[in-house]
Design a protein around this ligand. Structure first.
Ligand SMILES: CC(C)(C)c1cccc(C(=O)NCC2(NC(=O)c3cccc4nocc34)CCCCC2)c1
Length: 245
């Protein structure tokens, strides 16, 4: 899977190629990352990438021409990729959206800065608009990295052997169960006995029950969102739970 990122701050993306799942996927060729700086496509001696907004007001707007040229160059290099602008106006991303994103051959991600981009880019050059959440950010670079992290970890071979472990927990649509490790007791706080029992059936039941309970209490909206098949699993878990009592 190929990511072409259009950004005024390409240096920020070094973090992805240094360590972790994304770095490993990049070094293994499971994913590719290419950075495009609009400043390299800005004409004239001053190579302007931003200018004052028509109609006045504070701040600057990213100019159409350098961004359109950078997008065209990225499209030429990655003809199968669609263009997505990371923006507060975008469709809110969730795991279902990430699954769809990871199923495509590649994406050209545009990260905004200043007050945003010239609106005509949305008309002429951008296919999709995505948001990672409702809070004010300084740029679209971190959202772009969030999308890349979430999508790349889904690619075959990205997670290696531990993927199956994630599969049934993270992909169940439920919150995680509580996690414990050494020592058994900290300041009077002990590890739940079932986790020390070695009874893997009971441990699996307890974990499922805890995940269900926490999701019910903290994020009932996730439960409501579960698809039919997950709901079936939910029934199975509940049955298991009833048997256990
Ligand atoms: C009502 C709300 C959401 C608080 C809001 C309302 C108005 C402006 C912003 C805002 O943050 N403007 C700055 C800006 N943000 C983003 O790019 C951005 C923000 C949040 C999630 C994102 N996902 O992708 C990109 C995202 C970066 C600089 C270029 C202009 C966009 C926010």
């Amino acid at each position: 899977m190929r990511f072409d990122v259009i950004t005024l701050f390409p240096e920020q993306f070094r973090i992805l190629s240094r360590e972790g799942v994304v770095a490993r996927a990049l070094s293994r060729g499971i994913a590719e990352l290419r950075l495009w700086n609009p400043r390299d496509f800005a004409p004239g001696p001053h190579r302007r990438v931003d200018d004052r907004p028509y109609g006045g007001g504070p701040g600057m707007v990213m100019l159409f021409e350098p961004l359109a040229a950078a997008i065209a160059a990225a499209r030429a290099a990655s003809p199968k990729s669609q263009v997505a602008y990371l923006s507060p106006q975008g469709t809110r991303l969730d795991q279902d959206a990430i699954n769809d994103i990871a199923a495509k051959p590649g994406w050209i991600l545009l990260a905004g800065r200043y007050e945003g981009i010239d609106e005509r880019l949305l008309e002429r050059c951008i296919d999709q608009e995505w948001s990672i959440g409702d809070y004010v950010l300084s740029g679209g670079e971190l959202p772009a990295m969030v999308v890349m992290d979430a999508a790349i970890r889904l690619l075959p071979g990205a997670l290696g052997h531990e993927r199956s472990a994630y599969e049934d927990s993270h992909m169940s649509g439920l919150l995680d169960c509580p996690h414990f490790s050494r020592p058994e007791e900290i300041d009077g706080l002990r590890v739940p006995k079932v986790l020390l029992s070695g009874d893997h059936g009971a441990i699996a039941r307890w974990r499922r029950q805890q995940a269900l309970g926490r999701t019910w209490l903290k994020r009932p909206d996730l439960l409501a969102k579960m698809t039919l098949d997950q709901a079936t699993t939910l029934d199975q878990a509940t049955t298991l739970d009833q048997e256990a009592r």
